[in-house]
Design a binder for this molecule. Structure first.
Ligand SMILES: C[S@@+](CC[C@H](N)C(=O)[O-])C[C@H]1O[C@@H](n2cnc3c(N)ncnc32)[C@H](O)[C@@H]1O
Length: 214
């Protein structure tokens, strides 16, 4: 992965995309080298990391290998089980709902990195229930805010919080500015420090939103 630093901009250029086939869909996830770079940059051995949308556990597995204590929350039972079989104490995966984060009695964290479940403005299913209930884009953005307000309570002062997310297109409709909407929502809670553009040479790009708990 190449880093390109210009005066006010920072680009990451990767030749890899991580595609995961699951339940008939193909998901694109951040790669191990992506999360490793940020973990090394913002944490040291023994630090605590939170991934509120653990997915297939990339943050947990890489963090564990680097000697960090990573705690993840994952809603989907089979993904939770996949992670749980592969991690050891002190790392931990919680089968739960990040909207209830406050109830998990979490310790204080040095760093958080994740990629959230996506929604487009015309989608009807609520991503925070694994698309099993009806929701709306405005509720989704409010829920992101509700989750990150709870995350604020468990982050140490000056901790960095990273969210990797794309704007999304689909079904011939105008683009959903998901990265910008999430950026606006979370900047009500944390100091919005920087945006990094993460490009893959296969043609995709996403926004890496970097916040600080000032
Ligand atoms: C984009 S994926 C995360 C990708 C992950 N960083 C990786 O690389 O594997 C989003 C995950 O959030 C989970 N999720 C959705 N709603 C949730 C909720 N309310 N609480 C916790 N996890 C949730 C989904 O099941 C999905 O696995």
């Amino acid at each position: 992965m190449k880093e390109l630093h210009l005066e006010n901009s920072w680009f990451l250029i990767s030749s890899k995309l991580k595609k995961i086939k699951f339940n008939g869909d193909t998901d694109i996830r951040y790669t191990e080298e992506f999360v490793e770079m940020f973990i090394r940059k913002f944490t040291k051995r023994g630090d605590r990391i939170l991934d509120p949308f653990a997915g297939f556990g990339t943050t947990l597995f890489v963090g564990q290998q680097l000697g960090r204590t990573v705690i993840g929350i994952e809603y989907d039972k089979s993904q939770y089980e996949y992670i749980n079989e592969r991690i050891k104490e002190p790392c931990k995966i919680i089968h739960g709902n990040s909207l209830k984060l406050r109830s998990y009695n979490l310790p204080k964290f040095d760093f958080s990195i994740t990629s959230p479940p996506y929604m487009r403005y015309f989608d009807k299913e609520d991503p925070f229930t694994n698309y099993t209930k009806i929701g709306s884009y405005s509720k989704y953005l409010k829920d992101i805010g509700r989750i990150y307000k709870q995350i604020k309570k468990v982050m140490k002062k000056n901790a960095i919080i990273i969210i990797e997310v794309s704007n999304t297109i689909g079904q011939g409709r105008p683009l959903t500015p998901l990265a910008w909407d999430i950026g606006r929502e979370i900047s009500k809670i944390f100091f919005f420090e920087q945006e990094i553009i993460y490009c893959s040479t296969e043609g995709d790009h996403s926004h890496v939103l970097v916040f600080k708990n000032k």
